[in-house]
Each structure stands twice: as structure tokens, then as C-alpha cells.
Design a binder for this molecule. Sequence first.
Ligand code: 5GP
Length: 234
Amino acid sequence: MLQATGIEKNYGELHILKGVDLQISAAEIISIVGSSGAGKTSLVKALLQRIPNLRVCVSHTTRPRRPNEIDGRDYHFVDVPTFEAMIAADGFLEYAPVFDNYYGTSRKALAEAFGRGHDVMLEIDWQGAEQVRRRTSDPKSGRAGCTGIFVLPPSRAELERRLRERRTDSDAVIARRLQDAVSDMRHYHEFDYVIVNDDFERALGDLERVIADGSRELRADRPQLRPLLDELLA
Ligand code: 5GP
């Protein structure tokens, strides 16, 4: 749990909310990461309904807006020069190229999501989560100031089914997405917790437990995950 009040929050070596005027008390950053097909987005939506103190930070992206998306709600949609100007101005806590587009968590959006002591969830990729972990860690103890959660699909077959269901892509594109998903999943061990999204309600309950007070049984290094990981990462 992070404790701070004032206009600036110092996580480790970086002032992540530099220049932003707000009060934070006992708020926490939770990174949630999963390959496509893991079902992370639906879980986050349901979680926001269940945990009143939780907010999700609205990311910036340079990818085009999809028809069902709203600027400022789903993402802040910006062009590449704007994104690059924000990078130059140190406007991001983290950013990364994902599928040929930039995605990033701006310090301003993070500050807005914190509001008055809300916990904030970052729905990002593993590269961004690595930056958040590094930038929020305490330089002395090396302990991360955030919680990292990785969501896995329940099997290779189900992952493939979900990737096919969602898109009308060719077999070659599906194969590429599967390959990308496997290389993303190889980063699971960089996270504190792993949630397996086999049964939606159960996965949601597991996420709630992790956010409420952590849960030893759901830690990323639990031996019970081994057979699933062997299958997914083969
Ligand atoms: P999509 O374009 O399907 O909404 O998202 C593609 C990928 O970008 C997902 O893995 C998503 O988690 C990731 N992503 C979304 N927002 C951010 C962000 O702010 N930072 C990083 N590093 N990745 C993000």
C-alpha cells in the first residue's frame, strides 16, 4: 500500500506525478497483463462493477479508433507526432510499441484516475508493466510499489478458439496472433500473481481476492501452474 499526500508522489527514483496537483492517500497501482485471447478486458470491466474504489487509467494510443470506441473513455486517441511530443516532455509513466502502434499511460491520466485515493488498474502489455515495476520500486529494498497480475487462457485449444472467434482473419494471421500470444505469455513469471481465465466467475473472484489482500494460492510461482504453462508455452 502506498501512502502519500501532497502534490507529488515519489515512487523510487522518479516523480511519476510530476507537476500534477492532487492528493493521494493509500492508493495502489495494479498492472493487469495478458496475451490477446486471455479475456483480460472483460474481466476488468466486470471488476470495476464490483470494486467501487477501483479505477482504470485511460491510456493513450496512436492506433485508429474502432467504431464502438469513444475517445477519452476507451483511449485517448492521438497521432504519432502528438505521442512523440508527449514522450519528449516525459509525459508518460510507461509507453511501448504494441502491434505497430504506440500505447502509453500518461502521468496526467494516472493522476486523474487516482483522484482521491482510488486504486488504479493499468490494462497494459508486459513491456509497459516492466517499466511501471521498475519506476515504482523502492531503490533501497528493490521492492515494487505496484502489484502485477498476469491473466492466462485455460488451454492452447481455447486460446486458439478465442482468437478465431473474435476476428475474421486468415489462418496465417491467426497463426501469427497465436505466436505473439505465446511470446507474451513467456513473461508470466515477471508478475506477482497469475489468474487462469477458465471459468469467468471464478477468475473474477480470484482477481477480487488478489486485489483485496493478495492470495498466496494465486502467486505466479505456484507449482500447480506447471502443466498448463508447459502446454501453453510449448
Ligand atoms: P488494443 O489495441 O487491442 O486495445 O490493445 C492492444 C494491446 O495494447 C493490449 O495488449 C493492451 O493491453 C496494450 N495496451 C493498451 N494500453 C496500453 C498502455 O497504456 N501501455 C502499454 N504498454 N500497453 C497498452
